[in-house]
Design a protein around this ligand. Structure first.
Ligand SMILES: [Zn+2]
Length: 176
């Protein structure tokens, strides 16, 4: 799920977290991958590794809270950040042994992350159908909400009403 994480951040920005910084929402929603994918590419660690575990999320949140409290920085961003981070883990259908690492045993090694191969597997071969359809739903929902909020349905209705009015007055003529 690549676009899906961005779509979830967009949905959050357009609804419950509309007052929060969109960069924060996007970064938090892809943070597990920002940690694990480079670790996989450069160090050979699992592609869904410790960055996708609950303990790392809690550790980062507590560290950020302590740091912000010490520096007297507003900590309001922490809640949306944690929610978006959790949305990533939910969207990835993270396995229990990864989510509860290190309590359910060792993580399985995974092959080196290959962006193009992942794109092929995800969108063409559909190796992960649940995630594919979840992503499609999230992207459709984000685009629909954006269209609705930007007033596009109102413009379409107004345009149709104008055409109807012109047709009734005999001005409008169908093409062809
Ligand atoms: Zn991920």
């Amino acid at each position: 799920m690549i676009l899906g994480h961005f779509a979830l951040a967009s949905l959050a920005k357009q609804s419950c977290f509309h007052k929060d910084n969109w960069i924060l929402l996007v970064v938090a929603s892809i943070m597990p991958d920002l940690m694990d994918k480079p670790a996989n590419i450069f160090l050979g660690l699992p592609g869904r590794g410790v960055g996708h575990s609950l303990i790392v999320l809690v550790a980062v949140a507590v560290f950020a809270w302590l740091l912000c409290s010490r520096l007297k920085i507003n900590t309001d961003f922490l809640f949306p950040g944690v929610v978006m981070w959790l949305s990533h883990l939910a969207g990835d259908f993270v396995k229990p042994e990864v989510f509860f690492w290190p309590f359910l045993g060792q993580l399985e090694p995974s092959p080196r992350f290959d962006f193009w191969q992942k794109l092929y597997q995800f969108y063409i071969a559909r190796v992960y159908p649940e995630q594919f359809w979840l992503e499609a739903f999230c992207v459709a929902a984000a685009l629909s909400l954006w269209a609705f909020r930007s007033g596009i349905p109102r413009l379409v209705v107004a345009s149709l009403a104008r055409q109807e009015a012109n047709r009734n007055r005999g001005i409008w003529k169908p093409r062809g």
